[in-house]
Write a protein that binds this ligand. Structure first.
Ligand code: PGA
Length: 259
């Protein structure tokens, strides 16, 4: 599956970097990467909403091989939803990827599987690509309910999407106990769940969609563990939080193949 599953390395900046810091970070990142990197790997950065227009302008004026991403959106196109941002507003800024259902949105802001599915459908309706997050807590892992949790999130997240949409999207497996903790899943454990997710995608949307959907691993991805994770057959990318804030670290992750 060479081109269909070109690796995607995404930097989720969460609530970090104002628009000045965002511009500096994306400029440093672009200096650190070259044309071969762009051939080998897709890269996206997901700054806070207030930075998007500034980062878009820099990416486009300097013709950077970096895609713009968002961290969240609402599912409606417009309306009386104070504080929310609509998918068409993001599309207008040439946002390409939108993270939906990050565990912080689910756990801290009460997003349900149904909300996440509406968001995924709205992202596609606005001609962008959702990155659908799933993952278990430490308690769930210790109770051996990882697969049940992840399967439920993936099935609900993919509801009412076409097979073609599923094949074109990104699923991020992010064990909650590994996010921001410095505790990465072992490459074997990450592979086991990512392989399981591909099987769930196959049963929901068929073998072709499963063969082309890109599955990222996220949770304390760092320059020193990216290559091992990326070598796994069902891991097609990384969703990177903390280490994406620093352009040097993030560029090393993007260039994992040179490690
Ligand atoms: P981390 O975050 O890399 O800081 O663990 C990953 C994420 O939440 O996407």
């Amino acid at each position: 599956m060479p081109d269909a599953r070109k690796p995607l390395i995404s930097g989720n900046w969460k609530m970090h970097h104002n628009h000045f810091e965002a511009i500096q970070t994306v400029q440093k990142l672009s200096y650190a990467l070259d044309a071969e990197d762009a051939l080998a790997v897709d890269v996206s950065v997901h700054p806070p909403f207030t930075d998007l227009r500034s980062v878009q302008t820099v990416i486009e004026s300097d013709k950077m091989d970096i895609a713009l991403g968002a961290q969240n959106c609402h599912w409606e196109d417009k309306g009386a939803f104070t504080g929310e941002v609509a998918p068409p507003m993001l599309a207008k800024l040439n946002v390409k990827y939108v993270i939906v259902g990050h565990s912080e949105r689910r756990e801290l802001f009460g997003e349900t599987d149904d909300d996440v599915n509406r968001k995924a459908r709205a992202v596609f309706a606005a001609e962008m690509t959702p990155i659908l997050c799933c993952g278990e807590t430490l308690d769930e892992r210790e109770a051996s309910t990882t697969e049940a949790k992840v399967e439920g999130q993936v099935r609900a997240g993919l509801a009412k999407l076409s097979k073609d949409q599923v094949g074109a999207m990104v699923v991020a497996y992010e064990p909650i106990w590994a996010i921001g903790t410095g505790r990465t899943a072992s490459a074997e454990d990450a592979q086991a769940v990512c392989g399981f997710i591909r099987g769930v995608v196959s049963s929901v949307a068929g073998a072709d969609a499963a063969a082309s959907v890109r599955i990222q691993y996220g949770g304390s991805v760092k320059p020193n563990n990216a290559a091992e994770l990326m070598a796994q057959p069902d891991i097609d990318g990384a969703l990177v939080g903390g280490a994406s804030l620093d352009a040097d670290d993030f560029s090393k992750i993007v260039r994992y193949r040179l490690a």
